[in-house]
Design a protein around this ligand. Sequence first.
Ligand code: FES
Length: 140
Amino acid sequence: MRSITLILLNDALPFTILWQQLTDQRSRIGERTSMTRKIRLCSRADVPAAGMLPLDIAGLPPVAAFDVGGEIYVTSNVCTHNVALLSDGFFEGDTIECPLHGGCFNVRTGEATQFPCEVPLQTYPVIVEGGDLYTEIKDH
Ligand code: FES
């Protein structure tokens, strides 16, 4: 019994080292190939004050831009409870209410704030540059 244990340990040691080397190599490759891409969304002036604007942009799922006190936030435009476009709903302050079942989200954080919504919305970083709005997404 003792000799079997030794054989396993001897076999396991090189495998462990090899596995660690492969894992390190994979994470280095991941770092090199993970790049961000900047995508123009619209003109800043297109988003109405205290309002919202649905956006259909190549390379992105449906998103919507929201003006909250002059700050722009961009989230997915599709409710996480079922399939409904949030921009068909009611927007006030920093809350978008889904037109289908009345679930709500905070557009600044994506947090689901009203049942039946429980899964947060995807949010996107917003870059304001030269009067235009951009976002950045990671390419893999
Ligand atoms: S689809 Fe939005 S709350 Fe149900």
